[in-house]
Design a protein around this ligand. Structure first.
Ligand SMILES: *Cc1c(COP(=O)(O)O)cnc(C)c1O
Length: 386
């Protein structure tokens, strides 16, 4: 099955009781048994729900895996992966990643004795140096949030295979339409389904996809034991979102490209972070492992002051000032005070995330309107007194 066909048909089966073409929202907590232990495979909805099962099947298909597991949020999915580990185990993660992942690792799991090393994952020798007998997992986000750094998934997969480590890739920014880490050698793909998978800014959800049955069974055990499962209505919304994922990502990428070039050519803009530029340090790898470059862009103004950045952030009309990303509508965000405020300032600055960085989630509106919106807000920012 080809890509766009998969998005429509993955996990979709006519409802056995009515023939309904759309998967029903099975809003139930439990299932009636004929006799103790005699049932149709459904006992209690934390363990099994037909709407969730349809979604989990769809996730596996679109991410080129065998098994999908849906969670109540992206961080709940990440939480489940780290619960594969035990005290003393070590994790190597990127030094530029989603602030909530950093917070979960450093503020929650570190106190249970799991050790995290945050390093530059584009440096493969450095990764090897951090591996010791306690190392169990490498956590990769690519492209990274918000600096759009790129890690080479297949190169890191050869390192994790050699040392028998688990490789988990947070594929939220690319989505399965642009990048499939399992086919590049990763063991687990993680998603904040809140973002591109659902695509309409109306649900919080997370997902894991894998190929290995034993790994799936372990993660399913954690899913049902810890209980961070999504409700059936939310599963329905993500199933519906997936149907248009392919065409949405095409449009996000086209608009992203136009806006990245507009910003780069603008005399008031200092730097644009977007992996589609040939001079981006990760461009060659991005081109190799991604089908397109997506709709996420970060940038800084030449007038590198908080006041100028704040003026821009408060004066766009089509780009709404909000956390999150991946919806059909465009969003603008200030990572230092919003999505990445949970990272200590020193740590943030050291890794290149400045106080004045602005992040865009480019939606699927008409690019010309989005460009005019940015042009106007940049003009106002330029008028801020130096
Ligand atoms: C939003 C996000 C998460 C966390 O997902 P939630 O659904 O908000 O819990 C993890 N990784 C990345 C890259 C994200 O953008």
């Amino acid at each position: 099955m080809k890509k766009h066909t998969k998005y429509i048909h993955a996990g979709a089966h006519p409802d056995p009781s009515t023939g309904a073409i759309m998967t029903p929202i099975y809003q139930t907590s439990t299932y009636v048994q004929e006799a103790p232990g005699v049932h149709k495979g459904f006992e209690y909805a934390r363990s099994q729900n037909p709407t969730r099962q349809a979604l989990e099947e769809a996730l596996a298909v679109i991410e080129e895996g065998k098994y999908g597991l849906a969670f109540s949020s992206g961080v709940a999915a990440t939480d489940a992966v780290i619960k594969l580990l035990k005290p003393g185990d070590e994790v190597i993660a990127g030094n530029d990643m989603y602030g909530g992942t950093y917070r979960l690792f450093s503020k929650v799991f570190a106190k249970f004795g799991i050790v995290f090393h945050y390093i530059d994952l584009s440096n493969l020798d450095q990764i090897e140096k951090y591996i010791n007998p306690n190392t169990k997992l490498i956590w990769v986000e690519t492209p990274t949030n918000p600096l759009m750094n790129i890690a080479d998934i297949s190169a890191i997969a050869s390192i994790t295979k050699k040392h028998q480590l688990i490789l988990c890739v947070d594929n939220t920014f690319a989505s399965p339409a642009l990048q499939n880490p399992l086919s590049l050698g990763a063991d687990i793909v993680m998603h904040s389904a809140t973002k591109y998978l659902s695509g309409h800014s109306d649900v919080i959800q997370g997902a894991l996809v894998m190929k290995d049955k034993a790994l799936r069974d372990e993660l399913y055990f954690i899913q049902k034991s810890c209980g961070a499962v999504p409700g059936p209505m939310d599963c329905f919304l993500v199933l519906r979102g997936i149907k248009t994922l392919g065409i949405r990502m095409e449009r996000h990428s086209q608009n992203g490209e136009k806006i990245a070039h507009f910003l780069k050519a603008h005399p008031a803009v200092k730097q644009v972070y977007w992996p589609g530029f040939v001079e981006h340090p990760g461009h060659a790898i991005a081109k190799k492992q991604m089908k397109d470059f997506g709709g996420m862009i970060s940038f800084e103004l030449k007038q590198d002051t908080i006041e100028a950045a704040r003026t821009l952030l408060s004066n766009t009309k089509l780009f709404s000032l909000a956390e999150s990303l991946g919806g059909v509508e465009s969003l603008i965000n200030h990572p230092a005070s919003m999505t990445h405020a949970s990272i200590p300032r020193d740590e943030r600055i050291k890794n290149g995330l400045s106080d004045t960085l602005i992040r865009l989630s480019v939606g699927i509106e008409d690019a010309d309107d989005l460009i005019e919106d940015l042009r106007h807000a940049i003009e106002l920012a330029e008028q801020v007194k130096k």
